[in-house]
Design a protein around this ligand. Structure first.
Ligand SMILES: C[S@@+](CC[C@H](N)C(=O)[O-])C[C@H]1O[C@@H](n2cnc3c(N)ncnc32)[C@H](O)[C@@H]1O
Length: 261
């Protein structure tokens, strides 16, 4: 049997590096913004990851698929404020910053780590926020991530949408507290959670974040869509509300997403 319909739609590289979208040879990063399913142009985002993110942040702690998920979440959900903890040296904060800059979103990144006097196995000490020093749209705070982000978010409630990135302490109890805290305070917010890979017990891996996310979703049936980068450690999960309103807003080049009126 022959068919003339293409089996899938593949944007081909365009003539120049800036044609069709912000810094992409593969067209606009955001596609089908008027449709209900989460979708981005993965070729455009891959090019961004390779050219803009890798030279700055490398592949640790975020391997390629997680760099793609982090930037895809920003591209698709278009947050005005991103709240994240912990800051550590500032890799995730820098990723959010670079993605927002690339897309012309103007998002503010609020990045929180523990105070200097608090002991934590991963506390960055003097290295805190090194990769985001001096960036005007990245603000650094010290304290408990959930407490500070909740207080900031309440003050900024008129400036949704919000995206939260949970990458602080990875105990099941902590992650569960943070998921519930964000969902209660900001029911429409999207959440990214790091270190959510699951492996069976003989691996000896810490699967606390995976368990916390599973329990959270079981208690909120039908409320969130989950997208996971789960082919190996460390793993990342994106949770966002089902049936979100269509993504509206201007793209960096001044044009409208398809379907916007
Ligand atoms: C895995 S590192 C985060 C890596 C960081 N996102 C990056 O991209 O470089 C964990 C960080 O969370 C911080 N942390 C732990 N518990 C926290 C809490 N309750 N609030 C804020 N930060 C926390 C630690 O001090 C540490 O810097």
């Amino acid at each position: 049997m022959t068919t003339t319909a293409p089996l899938c739609s593949r944007p081909e590289p365009m003539a120049g590096p800036m044609n069709g979208g912000p810094g992409s040879t593969y067209g606009r990063p955001l596609v089908n913004a008027h449709c209900r399913q989460f979708e981005v142009n993965k070729w455009a985002l891959s090019e961004f990851v390779v050219r803009r993110l890798l030279p700055v942040v490398g592949i640790h702690p975020f391997p390629l698929d997680e760099l793609l998920l982090l930037s895809a979440a920003v591209c698709r959900l278009r947050p005005r404020h991103i709240f994240e903890w912990g800051t550590h040296v500032g890799k995730s904060a820098r990723i959010f910053y670079e993605t927002s800059q690339w897309l012309g979103l103007g998002a503010t990144v609020h990045s929180i780590d523990l105070p200097d006097h608090v002991s934590h196995v991963e506390h960055p000490g003097r290295e805190r926020g090194r990769l985001v020093q001096g960036l005007a749209s990245v603000r650094l705070y010290q304290g408990d991530g959930l407490a500070i982000a909740t207080a900031l978010g309440r003050d900024l409630a008129q400036e949704a949408p919000f995206l939260f990135f949970l990458d602080g302490d990875h105990s099941e109890q902590t992650v569960a507290r943070e998921l519930c805290g964000v969902a209660e305070a900001f029911p429409d917010a999207a959440m990214l959670i790091h270190d959510t890979f699951y492996q069976s017990p003989e691996s000896g891996y810490c699967t606390d974040p995976h368990a916390a996310v599973g329990n959270f979703l079981a208690r909120s049936p039908g409320r969130y869509t989950a997208i996971t980068a789960a082919t190996g450690l460390p793993g990342m999960t994106l949770l966002f509300r089902k049936d979100p309103r269509p993504v509206l807003g201007r793209l960096a080049d001044g044009s409208s997403p398809q379907g916007e009126t």
